[in-house]
Design a protein around this ligand. Structure first.
Ligand SMILES: Nc1nc2c(ncn2[C@@H]2O[C@H](COP(=O)(O)OP(=O)(O)OP(=O)(O)O)[C@@H](O)[C@H]2O)c(=O)[nH]1
Length: 346
């Protein structure tokens, strides 16, 4: 699943595409207008830029460095706006384009760069405008600049607020989509996302990576005896007790039902087995107290190791699941690795 940054990039790619179309059409249209005014410099720049926009439209879906492409594109784009504003033959309505700068900057560059880009280019735009349209009447000058300056500031503030809430909402939705609501643990989607990152890290640095598959024993009996609500509490208790034992770098997630997994970066099979054993012991030592009853839980776990059992998450899950099943068949409440599993079963 694409992470938060991938979603933001997808959003920015769409915005840039829309802008490329607008500048291509706008560039062609205004180059004709400027040719009619004999403004060859601006007409040439606009035709050239329409061509650049067309070229970028053909490569935008393939580029891996969208930020660089955006920067390469925006710098001359804003500069042409300023040049257009400075020309005596152009209408002062060109300033309307300057007011789009904050929106373009925030949507394409994010909060920080968006703010710097907006202040810089709108500031230059206002300065050029005030030079070109200064009249003898000071009050009129102040009025015009104040109007344009405040309108630009308002656009910038709204663009800032919009981008900020977009980022927060995107983060919140990504978090919701990758979190299990009952236990608050990461879910299977998050495991797939983190596994890809850890796998790349393991391959790059030659470090070990292990996966522990965990299944609560006889969980159905808890539901049957105490009801579904207590079953839910037992799942939350289980998650809390095990999470307390794990390190911040270990990814402990709920796969669904009473199945969980721990991705242990930097751990070989033997270390993963020790960790799984300590989780098993910890769970046995921390029963859940429900009214007058003490609810003891046990777990069965299977360990798989990256490289030994395969290279993909599916392969590791299958191997770890197979060993968990073997642990169940061997009497439950135990951890099985490749070493302590009967060869016929693995
Ligand atoms: N309360 C509650 N129960 C759940 C949830 N998800 C799955 N279950 C229950 O978990 C039980 C799993 O039962 P089984 O797959 O037979 O496994 P088990 O009883 O743990 O037996 P073994 O795995 O063989 O030890 C089922 O009764 C499901 O209804 C949940 O979110 N909340």
């Amino acid at each position: 699943m694409p992470g938060y940054f991938a979603k933001t990039e997808q959003h920015r790619r769409l915005v840039l595409k829309a802008l490329l179309w607008i500048t291509m059409i706008g560039g062609l249209f205004f180059s004709v207008v400027n040719l009619m005014h004999d403004n060859w410099l601006l007409a040439g720049l606009e035709i050239g830029y329409a061509g650049v926009s067309l070229y970028l439209l053909t490569i935008i879906d393939k580029t891996s460095n969208l930020q660089l492409l955006t920067a390469i594109y925006l710098l001359p784009f804003f500069s042409i706006m300023i040049v257009a504003l400075a020309q005596t033959t152009t209408s002062f309505a060109v300033f309307a384009w300057i007011q789009t700068i904050p929106i373009i900057c925030y949507l394409l560059l994010g909060l920080r760069l968006g703010m710097y880009g907006s202040i810089l280019f709108v500031g230059i735009g206002l300065f050029v405008f005030s030079r070109r349209f200064s009249s003898d009447e000071i009050l009129q000058n102040v009025e015009i600049i104040a109007n344009l300056g405040l309108a630009s500031l308002a656009v910038m503030i709204f663009a800032h607020i919009y981008e900020r809430s977009r980022i927060l909402n995107e983060k919140r939705l990504t978090e919701q989509a990758t979190t299990d609501a009952l236990t608050g643990l990461p879910n299977r989607l998050k495991l797939a996302e983190v596994f890809e990152r850890e796998r790349a890290h393991a391959l790059r640095n030659g470090t070990p990576l292990s996966l522990v598959f965990i299944d609560i024993d006889h969980f159905k009996q808890i539901n049957d005896r105490f009801g579904h609500e207590v079953g839910d509490r037992a799942l939350a208790h289980f998650a809390k007790v095990l999470a307390q034992r794990l390190r911040i770098n270990d990814l402990f997630c709920r796969l669904g039902g009473e199945e969980f997994a721990v991705l242990l970066s930097g751990s070989k099979t033997a270390q993963a087995r020790d960790i799984a054993e300590s989780l098993r012991e910890r769970l046995a030592a921390k029963p859940l107290v429900v009214d007058d009853s003490t609810l003891h839980m046990t777990l069965s776990a299977g360990v798989a190791c990256f490289g030994v059992d395969g290279q993909s998450l599916d392969e590791l899950m299958q191997a770890a699941d197979r060993r968990t099943y073997a642990a169940k068949r061997a009497g439950r409440n135990r951890v099985i690795t490749q070493e302590n599993m009967a060869p016929a079963l693995d």
